[in-house]
Design a protein around this ligand. Structure first.
Ligand SMILES: [Zn+2]
Length: 170
């Protein structure tokens, strides 16, 4: 089995550091961002920040660790998702979808990771701390998409000064 690649982490900062250069996201990411908004309509009780809050960029994540392929940072009124461009280029549509939905779970709905493994050995959630691989996600796409918005999320606080908390797992 292919080694699961570590995704993600959430980094919450407020009040310090640089501001993001601009809002929006690349055209090739747009279908997945739109999917997030579409799925979120299934369950309006899950908070979703508006699109004008969000920036998605391709950028160097090597400082976050050798296997980090996506990263979400949030602060008071801005969310930034950074995606590893080499990984993106090599990823199939399923993996791209999982990656973007996962990062938007952090950045738009402030979801924490969900580490549960089901009895059949499958990760229970797109918010699993490691990227859910195609062989799990592809045949169970509707389950994963439903689960994302129908499990009461653990919400991270959006108000914590310059404290840095990372949920990145190795
Ligand atoms: Zn994550």
């Amino acid at each position: 089995m292919r080694t699961l690649i570590i995704i993600l982490a959430t980094l919450m900062l407020t009040g310090c550091g640089q501001r993001y250069s601009g809002r929006g996201w690349p055209a090739e990411v747009d279908p997945y961002v739109q999917l997030y908004f579409e799925l979120s309509r299934l369950n309006p009780s899950v908070h979703v920040a508006q699109g004008d809050y969000l920036t998605v960029e391709f950028g160097d994540l090597s400082a976050r660790g050798p296997s980090v392929v996506g990263f979400c940072e949030t602060r008071n009124d801005e969310g930034l998702v950074t995606l590893n461009p080499q990984f993106w280029a090599s990823a199939d549509e399923n993996v791209r979808e999982v990656l973007v939905l996962h990062e938007l779970g952090h950045c738009l709905s402030f979801m924490e990771h969900r580490g549960l493994i089901l009895s059949n050995g499958m990760a229970s959630s797109i918010m699993y701390p490691y990227l859910v691989p195609t062989y799990m996600y592809g045949p169970n796409r509707l389950y994963f998409q439903y689960e994302l918005f129908h499990t009461q999320p653990t919400i991270t606080s959006a108000d914590h000064g310059c404290t840095l908390t990372s949920d990145q797992l190795q």
